[in-house]
Unconditional design. Structure first.
Length: 437
């Protein structure tokens, strides 16, 4: 990986792209520290220091914003509205025929879906910004902090609208910065911004574990967490690269005096075909009842049960539900993102077949069988990786934002591998010696 970056810096045009990407990252990180108008910054900092990283329900969104959510800055919503909009559009593509037709139209259809994603991102940013402002005004953003109710001193309608508009505009700027990296940088703009947001919280979270440790002034706990993180990264890299390659043979076709086809290839089916989406879905779904209970003024039994089982994160009921939901959403997302019938029809159309399997329906059934078989270990792997923060809660007494959590490691490793592949492919295009040998 380091060799690829070193070679890229030696190539003039790639060096410009890397420096441009670094400049965008600096702008993005500066924006995460600029407070929005109408917020008492000193009260926010006092509550953040008192929270000591234990952000409860807002931990996932705060992680994706690089810690900007609880700081209530112009980039407080971060990349989360865009991620949510992209997932919603991807799910609706299976349900709405018009979106499915656009997806099959190639580049023009993809551009139209991207435009819809931008509109939905702005709408979600307005909704989430309004919710964040309402939460900050009520003092629920930092439960237990005496200054929580004074975070927004002026609670007039004009101030509220200004805060919501500022955060929505910040989300638009983040989306624009990501597209700039995609067009003029090294690519994968949104993913790189997400990578930076998560990686930015690592140093403070690691140092907090060292400060809270008791053994050798906290250095033993610090070293243990680093070791666990390295093992997890190795495991995630191994599983993310693992794939089942189904061989495909294309029959020869004679057109005039020329022979076409007759090539052999394969269909790569990844063990973790769903990526990090099931973890995000499961986390979001489990946050809903806890969020309802937090804003409810009722003292009934259901609120007490939710607060005792679904808020702390280390209750057996929460762990079981979290694991089962991840497994369920892994199968659900794979089912809607990979269509065996469509793949089988395309293979049949171009004269392709799997050796030993008849073309058409038998091929689709075989692909579905193989996909179900490899999704089981992939979903169990996702569930176990996602439970690492819970194990840290029990074992180390760490806060719920344990730095080497399942979601953060999966995203960082996935984006890192994809970025290195893109840099290597661009290097190969500029130094291709295949026709010169």
């Amino acid at each position: 990986m380091l060799t690829a970056f070193a070679r890229a810096f030696k190539t003039p045009d790639l060096r410009k792209k890397l420096l441009f990407t670094l400049g965008i990252i600096v702008i993005y990180r500066v924006g995460t520290h600029v407070p929005i108008p109408g917020v008492d910054y000193r009260a926010v900092q006092a509550c953040v220091d008192q929270a000591s990283g234990n952000q409860g329900l807002f931990g996932l969104v705060n992680m994706f914003s690089g810690g900007a959510l609880l700081q209530i800055t112009i980039f407080a919503l971060g990349i989360m509205p865009y991620i949510t909009a992209s997932i919603i559009l991807q799910l609706l593509t299976v349900v709405i025929p018009r979106l499915e037709a656009l997806k099959k139209e190639g580049q023009a259809g993809t551009a139209k879906i991207t435009q819809y994603t931008r509109y939905l991102t702005v709408a979600l940013a307005i909704l989430q910004g309004t919710g964040l402002v309402a939460t900050a005004r009520s003092g629920a953003l930092f439960s237990g902090c005496p200054q929580a109710t004074s975070i927004v001193p002026d609670q007039s309608i004009f101030t509220t609208i200004t805060m919501v508009v500022t955060m929505t505009a910040g989300t638009g700027v983040v989306m624009w910065l990501g597209e700039l990296v995609t067009d003029r940088g090294i690519g994968n703009g949104m993913s790189i911004l997400m990578f930076i947001s998560i990686a930015a919280t690592f140093p403070s979270a690691l140092w907090a574990i060292k400060e809270q440790g008791d053994l050798a002034d906290g250095w033993i706990e610090f070293g243990t967490v680093i070791l666990v993180g390295l093992v997890m990264v190795g495991l995630v890299v191994f599983v993310e690269q693992a794939q089942r390659r189904i061989p495909v043979q294309y029959a020869k076709r004679m057109i005039g005096r020329r022979s076409y086809g007759g090539t052999s290839t394969y269909i790569p089916l990844k063990v973790n075909q769903a990526g990090v989406i099931p973890v995000i879905f499961a986390s979001s779904l489990l946050y809903i009842p806890a969020l309802i209970a937090q804003f409810s003024s009722s003292t009934s039994g259901w609120k007490t049960w939710i607060e005792s089982t679904l808020v702390s994160g280390n209750h057996p009921v929460y762990i079981s539900l979290y694991f089962l939901l991840i497994v369920f959403f892994a199968f659900f997302y794979v089912a809607i993102s990979f269509n065996p019938e469509e793949v089988a029809d395309n293979m049949k159309k171009y004269g392709g077949f799997i050796p030993g399997i008849r073309a058409g329906r038998p091929t689709a059934e075989y692909l579905s069988y193989v996909l179900n078989r490899i999704t089981w270990p992939g979903s169990l792997y996702l569930g176990l990786i996602a439970l690492v923060p819970t194990m840290a809660l029990v074992g180390f007494g760490a806060n719920q934002n344990f730095p080497f959590g399942g979601t953060s490691i999966l995203i960082i490793v996935g984006v890192g591998l994809e970025t290195v592949k893109q840099i290597e492919s661009q290097l190969q295009q500029r130094n291709y010696e295949g026709f010169l040998r």
